[in-house]
Design a protein around this ligand. Structure first.
Ligand code: URA
Length: 245
């Protein structure tokens, strides 16, 4: 995509709505290659033209990828009337079309990929790809002695649907509480909570620690984020070239 209209370029880079950027251009606040440009429908060559708005160079960023440690009390959406969204947390985003690749409940913490790459998100979330999701959970209640086997066999949820095999690792087990790591390969609504419910237990704390090739950077506190590294992006891109889905 070497060419793009000036108003689209400015809009994508977050300078305003279509009509706001048209106004900006009309007022002579935008320059292309050092010349004031008053035609917002003119084409920009992304490989060589330099765009300035109010004297600031506007770089074109086609894709953004952030790893967020989602805090409790935020929703995995782009807009919400009750809670702050995970997108609100990405303060220095360049693009305005970012979205969370997947969902965590309001009270769940942990790894969430924030991007505008729809293809990649589709691959991560496609039920056909069976991308692994790993969670740390604190639960209350007493797990049956054969809990590991039960998760491995698949559990029947409250709606009668059976889950695919999941791998449970017990980290600490008391008589009424436990800390566990659970790996699932699908993404049903409230899946982890409902799997433990199926065994008469309740999840009281849930944090996603990995998703496919991405592992939560433990230096990120809840609410913090960072761009993906080149290595992380490469590993994710490999999903897109995978065979099924
Ligand atoms: N499973 C749940 O129950 N909640 C989440 O947020 C993620 C997986």
């Amino acid at each position: 995509m070497a060419q793009m209209r000036l108003d689209k370029f400015l809009g994508e880079m977050g300078l305003g709505t279509r009509s706001q950027v048209k106004e900006l251009v009309k007022k002579g606040r935008v320059a292309v290659n050092g010349q004031t440009e008053k035609k917002s429908d003119r084409k920009i060559d992304l490989s060589k033209d330099q765009v300035l708005a109010d004297g600031q160079v506007i770089e074109y960023i086609p894709w953004e990828y952030y790893m967020l440690n989602k805090p409790q009390g935020t929703v995995s959406a782009t807009e919400d009337s009750r809670y702050p969204t995970v997108i609100d947390l990405i303060k220095d985003k360049k693009r305005k079309d970012l979205f969370p690749a997947g969902r965590l409940d309001v009270d769940t913490e942990g790894l969430l990929l924030i991007t505008n790459d729809g293809n990649l998100a589709h691959c991560l979330l496609s039920p056909k790809k069976h991308v692994d999701k790993e969670y740390f959970a604190r639960i209350t209640g007493t797990l049956p002695a054969d809990a590991v086997q039960k998760f491995q066999e698949g559990l029947v949820l409250d709606d009668g649907v059976k889950t695919r095999p999941a791998q449970l690792t017990l980290l600490n087990e008391g008589s009424l509480t436990a800390e566990v790591v659970l790996t699932i390969h699908e993404g049903k609504f409230h899946q982890v909570k409902r799997m433990f419910q199926a065994l008469g237990c309740q999840v009281v704390y849930l944090k996603r620690i990995a998703m496919g090739p991405l592992r939560l950077d433990e230096s990120l506190k809840p609410g913090q984020y960072r761009p993906l590294t080149a290595e992380e992006r490469t590993k994710l891109k490999a999903l897109e070239t995978g065979k099924d889905g």
